[in-house]
Design a protein around this ligand. Structure first.
Ligand SMILES: [Zn+2]
Length: 397
């Protein structure tokens, strides 16, 4: 394809993925429309495509109201939570010890301070799950509060640095949960012991989604190129990650006449932005046994931002391949070898000993290198606090 034609096709794809389709959030019809579109396009270029369906939930959220003595508080509905309409005594815990010693059954529980300092990894998140987080979940489930409000701080080290962030973002946790700014939380804390009413509309709807894989060329050895197709709520996801998906579609077209010995697998993964990454889990379940055939996996996420350059980085890639890739990029001034960045789908390959590369935009890696250096474990990779305007999700993360 000529450059002009590539650009024109890119516009078309971008329009379809970000405008015609209203949202690609996992669980929505838009998400399924996006994977169908991806599959139908790639089919045209002679690839063998396969859908990998899995179950998930869709979420419908409405109003929230928190009242004490006719005074209302600014409060937010946690992602993936169940709704509630409850009036009960307010109790609070600022630490694990306080929570351990608290009677909270049927009450509204305010978590604040030390215990609410970071987001809990979802209960069913298989890739990283610290015991301390699991212990907090167990305690909460034992204590059986009617609802939970988490007051979270402005923590510049937290991913996305969004204030407030939901301490709990977990579709497998069944106690209704809201979140509130630390400053509001302090005001609310003064009402401990009083009757509080919390009403929030949030509903989980059984749904489904799918990954799409597309193969071409030989089967003994292959290179995998992947990009996540889903988005966060209320974001068109042009940069995160329609751009990565579009690269896969353009590659498919460029490879329409490819019949080489080295196999090529293009994968639209689904669920990177969802609490327990079900698409990634499904892909591993089906393909893990075949990972020995992967020469290298290349993940693209958040690429093509109009400011800054594009970063590439290597994870366990043999020197011979690294050298070759560096040669290819050597005279391309818009690209540079960036610092390591772990918070995206190349992680599933790295964790399974498959050489991997990540391609993303400059501000993401700069920011994340700084954060992961300090925290070393977060799974998120949102570049919202990279100092540029961008539609945020629900204020989460
Ligand atoms: Zn992403």
């Amino acid at each position: 394809m000529e450059q002009d034609s590539l650009i024109q096709t890119t516009r078309l794809y971008l329009n379809t993925l970000c405008r015609t389709i209203p949202t690609r959030r996992l669980g929505t019809q838009g998400n399924r429309d996006a994977t169908t579109f991806f599959k139908e396009r790639i089919d045209k270029f002679g690839f063998h495509t396969e859908a990998q369906p899995f179950d998930c939930i869709d979420i419908r959220q409405g109003e929230i109201q928190l009242m004490v003595d006719n005074q209302s508080f600014e409060v937010f509905i946690s992602p993936f939570t169940l709704g509630c309409d409850v009036s009960a005594e307010l109790v609070s815990a600022g630490s694990l010890l306080e929570l351990e010693n608290l009677k909270a059954k049927g009450k509204i529980l305010l978590l604040h301070g030390e215990i609410a300092k970071e987001q809990l990894m979802p209960k069913g998140f298989v890739f990283y799950n610290p015991e301390e987080h699991q212990y907090v979940y167990r305690l909460l489930e034992e204590k059986k509060p009617a609802a939970i409000i988490t007051a979270t701080s402005k923590n510049p080290e937290a991913v996305g640095a969004i204030y407030p962030f939901p301490m709990i973002e977990d579709g497998d946790f069944d106690i209704p949960t809201a979140y509130i700014k630390e400053t509001e939380g302090e005001k609310l804390l003064a009402d401990t012991g009083k009757e509080v009413s919390l009403k929030m509309e949030s509903e989980r709807i059984p749904s489904n989604g799918e990954n799409i894989t597309a193969q071409k060329g030989g089967v003994k050895k292959k290179i995998v190129l992947c990009a996540h197709i889903d988005t966060k709520e209320r974001t068109p996801g042009a940069l995160d990650n329609a751009s990565g998906v579009i690269i896969l579609l353009l590659l498919a077209e460029l490879l329409a006449d490819y019949y080489g010995e080295l196999g090529v697998e293009l994968v639209a993964l689904n669920g990177e932005e969802y609490y327990n990454t079900p698409g990634q889990v499904e892909y591993l379940k089906r393909y893990n046994g075949d990972f020995n055939s992967i020469v290298m996996a290349i993940n693209m996420d958040d690429i093509g931002y109009f400011k800054g350059r594009t970063s590439y980085s290597f994870y366990g890639v043999p020197d011979k391949i690294t050298k070759k890739v560096r040669e290819v990029y050597a005279d391309k001034k818009d690209f540079f070898e960036g610092p390591p960045w772990y918070q995206s789908d190349h992680g599933i390959f790295m964790a399974n000993g498959v050489p991997a590369m990540a391609i993303t935009e400059e501000s993401v890696v700069e920011l994340m290198a700084e954060i992961t250096h300090r925290e070393g474990h977060t799974r998120d990779h949102r570049p919202e606090n990279a100092g540029r305007e961008r539609k945020s999700a629900r204020g989460d993360h």
